[in-house]
Design a protein around this ligand. Structure first.
Ligand SMILES: Cc1cc2nc3c(=O)[nH]c(=O)nc-3n(C[C@H](O)[C@H](O)[C@H](O)COP(=O)(O)OP(=O)(O)OC[C@H]3O[C@@H](n4cnc5c(N)ncnc54)[C@H](O)[C@@H]3O)c2cc1C
Length: 455
């Protein structure tokens, strides 16, 4: 019997468990999927936007893996950190440990004013409307009239869409009560999405982009002059552009042709801006009041350069969506430049040498890129390495009952029954509010629900 711990129950952790089950292993395998949260699914629960029901429903296929009799979900167990189980001790309990802990921190903008009240990482905003228990449920009030989202990837588009979408539509989702209340009372009228490069270099996908144009009560505004600055846009017909870029440019061209909407036409405007590099967050009365951008222009070599011109955009709310990055897990090697754990085909490298029994998969292995499905092939590669090593791993000592040891160490894991109890409590909360399931947004509530103390 090969005992494997997978740390992290997001897509990469669950796909790792699935790949382990799918391989005809000799000897047989048992997988414990550990997570610091009492809830499974990682960013599928706490990142994917609530109004993307189809992607959210991926939870059903992840669930099927976690319900396999050879798999045990072990929530509410932190590995590493001040209160966590050190990796070295975890390694004593299992033949192999696969770290699938994601990349939960945000990249800094590194400009003055970044920490002013009213300036937030998109990570935090996403966690708030997703009910992540690390963020206070009443963490945001949306008093701002104008918001700037810095970044032109899908996360930037997600947060802009949630700001621009009416709370009425989000009622049908599992958005927590306080966030729905704040969104209902939102005074935001202008949402600017700004990137330092041109539209052909933006990283959003066409589906996400198009969705912005379909929001009731909101109109997208694109400045034709900014599109024309992009050499790929100007020479589109003659250039072999990737299909996604061509489609994005077509969507943007359509919006730019419509011009500025009349005030009565749209309660909210989403302004997609390009060639603007943030250089400073402006302050008034101790809070953020705007963003100063340097105007950039193509440098002829595929990048951009400053033109010497500046533009100030008013904003009482700034959301920085310039990328995620991995966090060092004490006790595991870490590459601070890439924000990942060094590895060779998923085998963790300590001082350049594969460390027996330690593996890595998902965002913490390859960085925060790709879609959910990308984690499946990533996990398969790691599991292929683990299987290759299995004869040696099986000779390592492991605990007969790792859960009993974790309990003896004072931990109180939340197992699958506990998670099902949380699901029931969220359904009951939703019913009491005349909604579908509504997420419980705090640790106390989640743990009480897991232990059947709901209400
Ligand atoms: C805002 C946002 C929206 C997205 N939307 C989409 C989308 O619509 N479509 C799409 O295809 N992709 C989307 N993605 C990308 C997708 O979510 C990722 O590809 C995927 O979640 C990465 O999987 P992962 O398992 O590596 O990390 P995660 O999903 O982050 O899972 C990591 C897990 O590890 C746990 N963990 C972390 N540290 C520890 C520790 N020390 N001890 C124990 N447990 C720990 C965490 O609690 C978490 O459950 C989105 C990403 C973000 C950030």
């Amino acid at each position: 019997m090969l005992r494997v711990a997978v740390v992290g129950s997001g897509p990469s952790g669950v796909y790792t468990a699935q790949a382990l089950l799918n391989r005809s292993l000799v000897p047989e395998v048992r997988v414990h999927v550990l997570d610091r949260l009492p809830t499974p699914y990682g960013l599928v629960r706490y990142g994917v936007a609530p109004d993307h029901e189809k992607i959210k429903s991926l939870q059903n296929s992840l669930r099927a893996v976690l319900e396999d009799e050879r798999v045990t979900f072990v929530g509410h167990v932190q590995i590493g950190g001040a209160d966590g189980v050190p990796p070295a001790r975890l390694a004593e309990l299992y033949h192999a440990v696969v770290y699938c802990v994601g990349a939960a921190a945000d990249r800094p903008l590194a400009v003055p004013g970044e920490d002013l009240p009213g300036s937030w990482s998109a990570t935090r905003f996403v966690s708030w409307y997703s009910a992540h228990p690390d963020i206070a449920p009443d963490g945001f009030t949306l008093e701002a009239r104008s918001a700037v989202v810095i970044g032109v990837g899908n996360v930037a588009v997600d947060v802009a869409r949630i700001l621009a979408r009416g709370a009425d539509e989000l009622r049908a989702t599992d958005v927590p009560r306080a966030a729905l209340g704040a969104l209902a009372g939102s005074r935001v009228r202008e949402v600017h999405i700004a990137g330092r490069r041109g539209p052909s270099q933006a990283r959003f996908t066409t589906k996400e982009l198009r969705e912005l144009g379909a929001l009731p009560g909101a109109r997208v505004v694109v400045d034709p002059a900014e599109l024309a600055m992009d050499p790929a846009y100007a020479a589109q017909e003659g250039l072999p552009l990737p299909a996604v870029v061509r489609r994005n440019l077509d969507v943007l061209r359509g919006w730019s042709a419509r011009g500025e909407p009349a005030a009565a036409d749209a309660a909210r405007r989403i302004r997609l801006r390009f060639f603007l590099r943030p250089v400073e967050l402006l302050e008034r009365g101790g809070r953020v009041a705007g963003v100063r951008f340097a105007r950039t222009a193509p440098d002829g070599a595929g990048g951009v350069q400053d033109t010497g011109a500046y533009e100030d955009v008013e904003a009482q709310l700034v959301l920085r969506a310039v990328g995620y990055r991995g966090v060092e897990l004490p006790g595991l090697p870490f590459d601070p430049v890439r924000g990942t754990v060094p590895h060779a085909a998923g085998r963790v490298l300590r001082d350049g040498v594969p460390s027996p029994g330690e593996y890595v998969a998902g965002w913490i292995k390859r960085g925060p890129t790709g879609v959910i499905g990308s984690n499946r092939s990533c996990a398969k590669e790691t599991v292929a390495s683990l299987i290759e090593d299995a004869p040696l791993l099986a000779r390592r000592p492991a605990a007969e009952d790792p859960l009993a040891v974790l309990r003896a160490w004072g931990l109180r894991p939340v197992e699958w029954d506990g998670w099902l109890s949380i699901e029931r409590a969220e359904a009951a909360l939703g019913r009491s509010l005349g909604r579908g399931p509504v997420k419980i947004p705090d640790w106390q509530g989640l743990l009480a629900a897991a232990r059947g103390e709901e209400g």
